[in-house]
Design a protein around this ligand. Sequence first.
Ligand code: UD1
Ligand code: MG
Length: 485
Amino acid sequence: MPNKDVVIVILAAGKGTRLKSSIAKVLHPAGGRTLVESVVRASMPLAPKRIVAVVGHQAEQVSATVAPLNVESVLQQPQNGTGHAMLAAKRAIGGAKIVAVLPGDAPLVRTETLKSLIGAHRSGNAAATILSAVVSDPTGYGRILRKSENSVAAIVEDSELTPEQREVNEINSSIYCFSVGKLWPALALVKPENKHREIYLTDAIALLASKGETVLAQVAPDPREVLGCNTRADLAEVDRIFRERKRNELMEAGVTIELPETVLVGPEVSAGEDTVLEPCVQLLGKTKLGSRCTIRTGSVLNNAILGDGVTVEPHCVIVDSRIDKEAIVGPFARFRPGTHLKKGARVGNFVEMKKSIIGEGSKVPHLSYIGDTKIGTHTNVGAGTITCNYDGVSKHPTTIGNRVFVGSDSVLVAPVKIGDGAYIAAGSAITENVPPNALGIARNRQSTKPGWAAKKRREMAGSGHPKKSAGKKSRKKKPRPRPKR
Ligand code: UD1
Ligand code: MG
């Protein structure tokens, strides 16, 4: 759908005073992206000649946000209103035939709606075409005053409404198409005659209409698409709608979501058929789930790549990690960046992993820290095993081979290698390499003293320990009986 005669201008210079924030309004996130990025992404498939952002407040940050998306920025300084913002973009609009204007704070607009607006503008041969919406509560928005069923006379800002006009529930979305040749002469006549002393783009509409130019308004199919974010409550509502859209997209792709309104999914997440998301799951970043995975309640996955049939038990946190098919994780496991669990591996409760590879069918089932470690296939790491990867200055690697058995409560002091088929005795502090098929044992030998405990109890009974009710005098400290060795 090429629109090589169209330039898109995104108005993104305002401060967003009503948000009460140190961050420029269009940089606030909703649905996992900044407002301005969502607006750019909705415009990109239209394939316009150019996308231009008008920046002003926190100009550098806003420009840096949109530049990777091939958006050119123009500076509006000071910010004297939406009409003034268009004048700042005049050079960038250049010789284009049509300019499509989008506010940077209305991110829910769909490409299809924009496409249809441009289509209506072309076929109506209009000077301006407004995207309007019919809403139950128009408070805060400019209202569309119609000349006839098909044409518009003016847009009146909320602050300038007469009581009668206040009843109008068709609002201006701030999304428009203008024929460039008609816009500039009209804007040149707009004066800052309003409470805010700003040049309103909306005033150009009334001027065009009064000159007998065709001004059309196309009603958005879903009024929620044009929601502007002026307050924190607006941001929350827009976020909620984005999240709902994303969940619906996953459900259409064959994903089961239990209690969907409790599940939060980022815009770039994907998941395969028959995957199940339990309540209160969060899938963030570029997380990609295979088919038939189960992500159980309370788990948070950020940039996680999961193969088919993976189970993530409740309350796991998995970041920048890969889990191959049929592996099982959790409950209460934490995967820090660079962890890779291979096919059928199992990492259990209260295990923290960092930058480690766990081979096919290997298990780290309970209470471990595994960092900078490579584990081969079909190895079992006992409860409470700790890899000591840090000596206070540098990180060191641990390598554990295939079919190794690491006894519980062992510490493996890196750098260290455990060969294939080796055994590590429980409770060992391993500081040297263990060759294949060897036993590594590094702890004191146990000594057992028969009858020792019974003897001790007898001694204590015979020593006449003071009773609780005894008077002050008898409470003098007595030497503790020492066990004989
Ligand atoms: C604007 C419209 C209003 C419409 C509403 C829809 C005007 C005068 N009013 O009001 O009719 O119903 O949007 O949401 O246009 N901006 C600049 N430079 C400026 C001023 C604003 O770039 O000098 C940008 C803002 O960053 C924002 C957008 O323009 O992204 C709209 O400005 P905002 O202040 O939110 O206008 P509204 O009061 O919402
Ligand atoms: Mg607004």
